[in-house]
Design a protein around this ligand. Structure first.
Ligand code: SF4
Length: 643
């Protein structure tokens, strides 16, 4: 049955809301397909406002991968701002997609990509606006399959009651496999209804269906066990890993936003995964192993992506872009090709070493030299060993000296506060380090206008990392430590004006901690917050810590668990963690040993990068049937026409 566009009704209402352009759709490279010509229909959502959601790489990739198939249609939807929510409720307009302005409820799958847990309340708004029951158990054959993906889906337990399914890992192949299962089931006349199609997905071992698992608890609040409650459902659900990035060169046609967005550039992922082994880094752990995109594919993607979009900026993305085995050739090849043009190149994520200065020189050929950013994460050498960030103070000073002597005036340094075993001294070491950075800059450049910005936020322990058992530092303790650091930076008049200080207070981190390591009981908290008006919790101006605290007390009353239990409590080896049945490939014992290694009293034991040393048995490759893929391939980005 054809589903009509809601746009005629919507259009008349748009003058009542701010930035109406974000609800209009029709961007360059967006796709509008005939509803009746396909058999499987996806509504894809990034649960944040258009300005944040549109540039999201994951959604753009899946949108294109799905729409390239003749029998599938994919449309996008984003979170509507509270003014629009009100207008929609007042006028009975349901959550709609931007491409066809079709009601989300009419689709077969409603897929949400969560890069942060703070988007959970926005999911509830979207479900409610769409007219889809909040709880998976209340849905009928008229409702889409609500599917969660993205990094947060590696522990979907806090939203287990609200979603029908979750997938872990790379989405390109699994969205097509899911589409095949749905198509087949529909072609057969939908036998067994909704549960049958969910059962078929669960049986594959690659799609997690929370309602097919029962969680039992011990009297002290810990989990006793998580077990399938139907025969045929595997005990564990595995993550997905795309092994040949060259075979998936997406986005080929990047979406060009109609309204201002957080990034307006063409982003090419130059590799996936990271094996540097930073113990706090969930992204590094859950995306293993490293798989590089070849230099020639990168070159082709950049050329084509710019042509298709008209963007003038290219971002080379990955978790640590300077680690690509041929990054020097990539930088030089692209630098040569676009020399003298308007195209600027950026390397958003880099490690701290002098090699980056050569790279930064290549990347800034056409543009001005904005700040260089490095992430030492820990303030002292001791702290950096604990987190396995193998950067010494000497390395850092050498790197910034190279930057300042090559003409850079501004360096940004990122740190975390509240790391395991951290003391005030470790954080105060950041002030000393920043002063040394300024002193070095002044010395090597002979100038006084050298600046350094220190950015610091609270550490949140994440599932599937060695720190998944760690206690999180409380919000008040985090704030107290950050205040001491601010005072230490300001105390020295010779440096105070040269050092910028940006910090995030500890409160949002505690809620992120609750949502990251929470179990199914936390779903009640999310719902309570949402019912109390919680929206856009990732935005500081909308986030209310008090609302979350009150909702937690209310929703967990009578339970032996509370906010502190989920956040500041250290876990023991034997405790069943809410995500233990979700398989990221990492060996649990290896994670535990790595956690213990970080706590060694004589100094943490460091782990090398398995790209350049023998495998240290983290478990991913044998468990997932994958392997590290790195160059050098010996291929050249050139011959390419130099612009
Ligand atoms: S299994 Fe070995 S080679 Fe593979 S990511 Fe883990 S440590 Fe590296």
């Amino acid at each position: 049955m054809t589903v009509e566009s809601l746009f005629p009704r919507l259009e008349a209402l748009l003058p009542q809301v701010q930035k109406p352009i974000q609800y209009v759709g029709g961007e360059l490279n967006s796709v509008s397909k005939d509803w009746d010509s396909v058999s499987v229909r996806w509504a894809l959502m990034y649960p944040d406002a258009y300005e944040v959601g549109l540039p999201n790489q994951g959604v753009q990739i899946l949108y294109e991968v799905l729409n390239e198939r003749d029998h599938i249609l994919a449309e996008r939807t984003y979170s509507v701002w509270p003014d629009m929510e009100k207008v929609m409720r007042d006028n009975g307009i349901p959550q709609f997609t931007l491409d066809g302005h079709r009601p989300v409820r009419a689709f077969d799958v409603f897929g949400l990509s969560f890069s942060t847990e703070l988007g959970y309340t926005n999911m509830l708004t979207a479900l409610d606006l769409a007219g889809i029951p909040l709880y998976a158990v209340d849905r009928t054959d008229e409702d889409p399959i609500v599917l969660a993906g993205g990094h947060a889906a590696f522990n979907p337990e806090p939203i287990a009651d609200f979603i029908d399914a979750a997938v872990l890992g790379d989405g390109e192949e699994i969205v097509l496999a899911i589409s095949d299962v749905i198509r087949e089931w529909k072609d057969e006349g939908r036998p067994g209804g909704r549960d049958e199609v969910l059962m078929r997905l669960a049986a594959s071992g690659g799609v997690y269906i929370p309602k097919f698992f029962t969680v039992e608890y011990l009297t002290d609040g810990r989990i006793k066990r998580v077990a399938p409650n139907r025969t045929g459902v595997p005990w564990r659900t595995a993550k997905h890993t795309v092994m040949d990035l060259d075979a998936w060169p997406y986005p080929k046609k990047p979406l060009v936003p109609l309204a201002e967005t957080v990034h307006e550039r063409y982003s090419v992922e130059i590799f996936r995964g990271c094996t540097r082994g930073c113990r706090f880094c969930q992204a590094g752990m859950i995306t293993r192993p490293v798989r590089e995109r070849s230099i020639t594919t990168i070159g082709d993607m950049v050329e084509n992506g710019l042509k298709q979009s008209g963007f003038e900026e290219v971002g080379l993305l990955s978790l640590s872009s300077a680690d690509h085995s041929e990054i020097g050739e990539v930088a030089k090849g692209l630098g040569d090709r676009y020399e003298g043009s308007n195209v600027s190149l950026s390397l958003p994520s880099t490690r701290v070493d002098a090699f980056n200065i050569t790279l930064a020189n290549e990347f800034s050929r056409n543009g001005r030299r904005s700040g260089l950013t490095f992430a030492p994460e820990g303030g002292s050498d001791r702290m950096r060993k604990v987190i396995n960030k193998m950067v010494t103070e000497e390395d850092l000073i050498r790197t910034v000296a190279a930057a300042y002597s090559h003409g850079w005036r501004q360096v940004k340094l990122y740190f975390m506060c509240g790391l395991p075993t951290e003391t005030d001294e470790d954080v105060l070491a950041i002030a000393d380090l920043a002063k040394k950075v300024i002193a070095t800059g002044r010395e090597v450049s002979g100038r006084r206008d050298i600046r350094c910005t220190v950015s610091i936020g609270g550490f949140v322990p994440k599932p599937h990392t060695p720190f998944q058992w760690a206690s999180q530092l409380g919000a008040e303790e985090t704030d107290a430590r950050l205040s001491k650091l601010a005072a230490a930076i300001r105390s020295d008049r010779n440096y105070a004006k040269a050092i910028g200080f940006r910090y995030h207070d500890g409160k949002p981190g505690i809620i992120e901690g609750l949502l990251s390591r929470g179990d199914r009981r936390v779903g009640r908290v999310i719902e309570q917050v949402w019912r109390d008006g919680g929206r856009f919790d990732g935005w500081s101006e909308h986030f209310s810590f008090d609302r979350w605290v009150e909702a937690t007390e209310k929703a967990l009353a009578g339970e032996p668990v509370d906010l502190a239990w989920y956040t500041t409590r250290e876990r023991e080896y034997a405790e069943v963690l809410p995500w233990d049945h979700l398989d990221s490939g990492l060996d649990r014992d290896w994670l535990w040993e790595d956690w213990q290694d970080s706590l060694e009293e004589d100094g943490a034991i460091e782990v090398e990068d398995c790209r350049w040393t023998p495998c240290f048995d983290c478990g991913v490759c044998p468990q997932m049937g994958t392997e590290i893929q790195i160059g050098p391939t010996g291929k050249k980005l050139l011959p390419l026409s130099v612009v």
